[in-house]
Design a protein around this ligand. Structure first.
Ligand SMILES: Cc1cc2nc3c(=O)[nH]c(=O)nc-3n(C[C@H](O)[C@H](O)[C@H](O)COP(=O)(O)O)c2cc1C
Length: 172
């Protein structure tokens, strides 16, 4: 069952949750994936509600995002999905289907070509309208030392225009 919400109604809740991880899901040509993200958030750019996500270029998610400019964000409210978030933050689509492995239900997005995680309650559907790979020379040295070494991939920042948002209750 879908319950309609306004786009900023749960912004504070989302920011509370993101620190411990939320799901970012993608698909391209029947290849679906979800990964845990801890960076990003809801903001306003060009007068539009935007979810801003940072995805390292080495992720399978990055490959899918580059092919299909859309993603969803799924946030557990009551549901305890800590184990799934830990798994999806550690293992890649390249290791196997994470929806299946974590017993998560991919529910097709209403407006974008990407699934939501059916067990979570709060969802945003996002169409990428801008992206930018971080420019290393613009990153302060102390951040670079911590997050960007020779062996770690750079991040691409995606601005996903939020085109739909709702609560979803799987078993009702
Ligand atoms: C709490 C948490 C937050 C994370 N946040 C991000 C993030 O914001 N961006 C990112 O690229 N990876 C992040 N990761 C790492 C990815 O979730 C992880 O590398 C995942 O295996 C990538 O999956 P994929 O290769 O299927 O895309 C995070 C992991 C955890 C546990």
């Amino acid at each position: 069952m879908y319950q309609e919400i306004n786009v900023f109604d749960y912004a504070a809740t989302l920011l509370d949750q993101i620190d411990s991880g939320i799901f970012l899901s993608t698909e391209h040509q029947n290849r679906m994936n979800t990964m845990t993200i801890g960076w990003g958030g809801i903001t306003v750019v060009w007068g539009k509600p935007i979810f801003m996500a940072l995805v390292r270029d080495c992720r399978a998610t990055y490959e899918l995002l580059e092919k299909q400019n859309a993603f969803t964000i799924s946030v557990p409210l009551q549901a305890d999905l800590k184990e799934a978030l830990a798994y999806c933050g550690r293992y890649s689509l390249r290791d196997g289907d994470k929806f299946n492995r974590c017993k998560l239900t991919p529910v097709p997005g209403r407006k974008v070509a990407a699934p939501i995680v059916g067990e979570a309650e709060l969802h945003y559907e996002c169409q990428v309208i801008y992206k930018q790979t971080l420019i290393e020379s613009h990153i302060p040295a102390y951040i670079k030392q911590r997050y960007y070494t020779q062996t770690t991939a750079n991040h691409t920042m995606y601005f996903g225009e939020i085109v739909d948002q709702y609560l979803y209750h799987k078993d009702q």
